[in-house]
Design a protein around this ligand. Structure first.
Ligand SMILES: [Zn+2]
Length: 281
């Protein structure tokens, strides 16, 4: 019984990295407070395509966002549009790619950082552009600052679906490699920020799912099919029953699972949910 869900996408944090570095999340698993599975992503294991796959339940080949250079407004039924059609409230703290996909407006770097469109699919947003990103300057927002931005969105708008997307681990993975102290330390940084905000979210009545869009190779890349690129964690703080045939979860089934916990039926074409449906409102 829920109806309110927060999804955290830890950009670029692979399964083994999460298990070894995210001590807070792992302690919740050890205590039986959360459950964790290995989730397998779609391919190509690239951020923009996976954002759309997570929200549509479709392969990039099917939804058409096949690379980061192809970002545009989503043309498929997605978690934001289906939730809105069912009268749910949506919000996000995320990279500007999510604005391009779901905000229904052109990205304006001077005005879109704070987003409010009550008639849109993604109604309330706090976005970051990372303009100028490169080896000399990661321009990644602090994990705790991103977590903090969710609190006012919750207090002001009580979203039913709230997305939090962090980007710094991906950035440092590209810069230093997926087998680097810098990349691992950033995964630990996310875990530390979540340790502070997760109790607030849970007290506000949210189920929380924590995953990644893709992993990271030792060379500092992703997009291929190797296990370090396509195996990501899925932590679940919630009451739904999970069904899995081989102990692993399929990222393509996450969209329908998110909707199920919102008490909303999936769109036609979405892969079936691995989570049971919550009682509707
Ligand atoms: Zn990346």
């Amino acid at each position: 019984m829920s109806g309110k869900v927060i999804l955290v996408i830890m950009d670029g944090v692979g399964y083994d990295t999460a298990v070894s570095q995210c001590g807070y999340l792992q302690s919740a698993v050890s205590l039986g407070i959360a459950r964790r599975w290995k989730m397998v992503t779609a391919t190509p294991s690239i951020s923009g395509p996976m954002y759309e796959t997570i929200h549509t339940g479709l392969w990039p080949y099917e939804h058409g966002i096949t690379c980061n250079h192809a970002m545009r407004s989503s043309e498929k039924d997605n978690v934001f549009s289906v939730a809105r059609a069912a009268g749910r409230i949506t919000a996000a703290v995320a990279h500007s790619y999510f604005h391009k996909l779901y905000a229904g407006e052109a990205w304006d770097p001077l005005r879109s950082i704070e987003h409010c469109n009550e008639n849109g699919d993604l109604q309330y947003g706090r976005f970051y552009s990372m303009e100028g990103y490169g080896r000399a300057n990661a321009v990644a927002p602090a994990e705790i600052d991103l977590c903090a931005q969710t609190i006012r969105l919750i207090e002001d708008h009580q979203p039913d679906y709230l997305l939090l997307h962090t980007c710094a681990a991906d950035t440092l993975g590209h810069t230093f490699g997926g087998d680097s102290a810098e990349y691992r330390a950033q995964a630990m940084m996310i875990d530390g920020a979540l340790a502070r905000v997760l109790p607030v979210w849970r007290a506000a009545g949210y189920e929380v799912m924590i995953t990644a869009d893709h992993g990271m190779s030792a060379e500092g890349a992703h997009g291929g099919t190797s296990s370090v690129e396509t195996e990501v964690p899925f932590y679940y703080f919630g009451d739904g029953d999970v069904s899995t045939e081989d102990g692993r979860l399929n990222q393509l089934q996450l969209a329908a699972s998110l909707l199920a916990r919102l008490g909303v039926d999936p769109a036609r074409g979405m892969r079936p949910a691995f989570l049971t449906k919550a009682a509707g409102k």
